[in-house]
Design a protein around this ligand. Sequence first.
Ligand code: AMP
Length: 217
Amino acid sequence: MKIIMLGAPGAGKGTQAQMIADKYGIPHVSTGDIFRANIKEGTALGMEAKEYMDQGLLVPDELTVRILLDRVAREDCGDGYVLDGFPRTIPQANVLDEALEKLGDKIDYAIDVDVPDDNIVRRMSGRRACLACGATFHIENVPPKKEGICDRCGTELVLRDDDREETVQKRLDVYHEQTQPLIEFYRSKGILEVVDGMKPMQEVFADITAILGTAAE
Ligand code: AMP
């Protein structure tokens, strides 16, 4: 099963993607996490991506597509995957479609986690991330068991530079301009599902599993 998560930055799609990955036993593939891992390791790719990320801009398609196609070609993606943060532009979606088509394959579901803009900024400034394992928490909605510490690996949590308020506003503008058109793109392909991201996290997940359930079991 191949799933794409859509939604504004901060809509909770990363959290839902991880829950889907855990339940259905497929990898959670986040281009943002791959970039952050590269930044942490100081690779050339990381250095290039950081320049864009710190300004709330998208990393150029060419670079992003290359790392994504590389990742989904690995063996653990053989039974499917859940994409979180990719595609973010129509050209990225087209490249993904073409790559899958060559393999006689396709995306099964595009799930849009819908949250109104005015909620996004508040949500994101409460977000805390683990730069070691990629887990995300929220000081109100998904607090870690021990304040400021990652539940999964025990590393100290941080407010990512790109979750700061001024960057969030820029990211929202970029989202509306470049990423939101993907909702119509996938609707026209007949694979779009919209869930209400304003509901509590577990209810959003229940709505998603109601959509995916029969397909996966
Ligand atoms: P995320 O963790 O998905 O919110 O991504 C963090 C940042 O990484 C974004 O604001 C972009 O700068 C960059 N990024 C992640 N995925 C993509 C993508 N598919 N295309 C372009 N830039 C991306």
